[in-house]
Ligand binder design. Structure first.
Ligand code: ADP
Ligand code: MG
Length: 147
């Protein structure tokens, strides 16, 4: 993906494929393009407001007619044990899509991913590797391929 608009376009392409209940992990180092992809996904869902990086709040909520979307960023999170106490598991419901940046920082305290997207810096662009771990994840990626 040569430029940020391509990362955002991948996110936007995922939007019509989503199913409530999906858990999407976005991994990759600082600056790999995780927030850019999440922003593209929100744009694809029709959100026109400002997409804040949830680094400080840890989570931002977006409501659409079809689904809720929770955008998490656990970059500043250092203690997975606190996650249960903070009630974070309650966000992972069957009517919400959860998009998680830095899932490894909350390892063991989060539900497993349906889809994992791993972003890497490649030259001046980015490379994305996308995997589905569950049946609903596979259905979503099949829709992505046929769009
Ligand atoms: N495909 C790409 N090619 C080049 N730059 C990109 C690409 N995708 C995103 N970027 C840029 O990388 C920087 C970091 O992106 P960001 O989404 O904030 O990363 P992360 O959330 O992984 O830390 C931004 O300046 C963004 O515009
Ligand atoms: Mg980010």
């Amino acid at each position: 993906m040569p430029g940020p608009e391509d990362t955002a376009a991948l996110g936007a392409a995922l939007a019509p494929c989503l199913e409530p209940g999906l858990v999407i992990y976005l991994s990759g180092g600082l600056g790999a393009g995780k927030t850019t992809l999440a922003r593209g996904l929100l744009r694809g869902l029709g959100y026109t407001g400002k997409v804040k990086s949830p680094s400080y709040a840890l989570v931002e909520l977006y409501k659409f007619s079809r689904l809720y979307l929770y955008h998490f960023d656990f970059y500043r999170f250092n203690n997975p044990a606190e996650l249960g106490e903070a009630g974070f598991r309650e966000y992972f419901t069957s009517d919400a899509v959860c998009v998680v940046e830095w899932p490894e920082k909350a390892a063991g305290a989060l539900p497993a991913a349906d889809i994992r997207i791993d972003l890497k810096v490649k030259g001046s662009g980015r490379q994305a590797e996308i995997d589905a771990d569950t049946e609903i994840g596979r259905v979503c990626l099949e829709r992505l391929e046929t769009h």
